[in-house]
Design a protein around this ligand. Structure first.
Ligand SMILES: Nc1ncnc2c1ncn2[C@@H]1O[C@H](COP(=O)(O)OP(=O)(O)O)[C@@H](O)[C@H]1O
Ligand SMILES: [Mg+2]
Length: 290
């Protein structure tokens, strides 16, 4: 048995989609070496067409690599036993429009051989987890908003209490509140000890949640690292404080310049618009008693 501390490991994983003529072949992924530790939240970033979905499909064993290999929980990608420990949120979820959320999840719970009592418990537990409004749970999915549909799909992916959750563009098409809530859910999955691999073409979507990430471009890794390292400007020192008088500001600036500091910039600290928004939503929510 292979050591399991790595949730995902790929070696030179490559995928060329076949075309009728050689000139029509698409090299979607080229020699990808990926390592995701257990308990990590790992971001697979890149613009549209950079190979994110291809990577995910290879990891799930839904398509075969052209060369190279992938291990998931120490087993070859697509291994049947391992699949039970993986939850998958596809880029587009195909849910039955005429079933409601409860019926939908109950259907999938049956596939996991849960008995009636287990199904009822799991269905409500995960619909609560993803925060689907109880008043819509009995309404058919065809009438749901994009955010509500996404929540049902995520609940479905979590239903078998997987150790590894793979999400393809979990925040796509969501408004800022929905996006924020998905991020919070991902953080809660991390707290529960889960490993999460998520893809996105919008960096801001995943900035707050990823421990590590790679950025793909045309099927190759262009950038890789811990989020904190990647975002840190190594050569810039920053000082911030309250109650700084004009005189002190002037002296600090003078001192820095005298000591050879360059590109000196002083001014008021700014918050990011996203943080401002987050705060506002949190305040509203606590006011509503949620
Ligand atoms: N089934 C397929 N047949 C041929 N080409 C494909 C197929 N699926 C994806 N591609 C191509 O492979 C590249 C990577 O696609 P994809 O993995 O879906 O990217 P992403 O998820 O990052 O948007 C794109 O150029 C895309 O057009
Ligand atoms: Mg994709």
């Amino acid at each position: 048995m292979v050591a399991d501390s790595q949730a995902i490991q790929t070696r030179q994983l490559s995928k060329v989609y076949p075309g009728f003529f050689k000139s029509q072949q698409v090299p979607a992924l080229t020699e990808l070496n990926l390592r995701v530790d257990q308990g990590q939240i790992f971001g697979l970033l890149g613009p549209n067409g950079s190979g994110k979905t291809t990577t995910i499909k290879l990891l799930l064993g839904l398509i075969n690599p052209t060369s190279g290999d992938a291990l998931v929980m120490g087993q070859p990608a697509g291994d049947q036993e391992t699949r039970r420990r993986i939850g998958y949120l596809p880029e587009e979820s195909y849910l039955y429009r005429f079933l409601n959320a409860r019926q939908t999840l109950d259907f999938y719970a049956r596939l996991f051989n849960m008995n009636r009592a287990q199904r009822r418990r799991a269905v409500d537990y995960y619909l609560d987890f993803v925060g689907l409004d109880p008043s819509v749970r009995g309404r058919r999915i065809g009438t749901y908003s994009k955010g509500q549909t996404r929540r049902v799909a995520l609940a479905q992916a979590l239903l078998n209490n997987p150790d590894l959750i793979i999400m393809d563009e979990p925040t796509s098409g969501l408004d800022p509140v929905g996006m924020l809530e998905i991020k919070n859910m991902i953080m809660r999955l991390k707290d529960a000890g889960k490993t999460v691999l998520l893809s996105s073409h919008q960096l801001a979507d995943v900035e707050d949640v990823c421990d590590r990430l790679v950025i793909l471009y045309r099927g190759r890794i262009e950038l890789e690292g811990a989020l904190s390292d990647l975002l840190e400007k190594k050569d810039v020192f920053q000082l911030s404080a309250r109650n700084v008088s004009d005189a002190l500001q002037a002296r600090l600036a003078e001192l820095a310049a005298a000591e050879g500091a360059t590109d000196l910039r002083t001014g008021r600290a700014r918050v990011r618009l996203e943080d401002l928004f987050k705060e506002l939503v949190a305040r509203k929510r606590s006011g509503e008693g949620r």
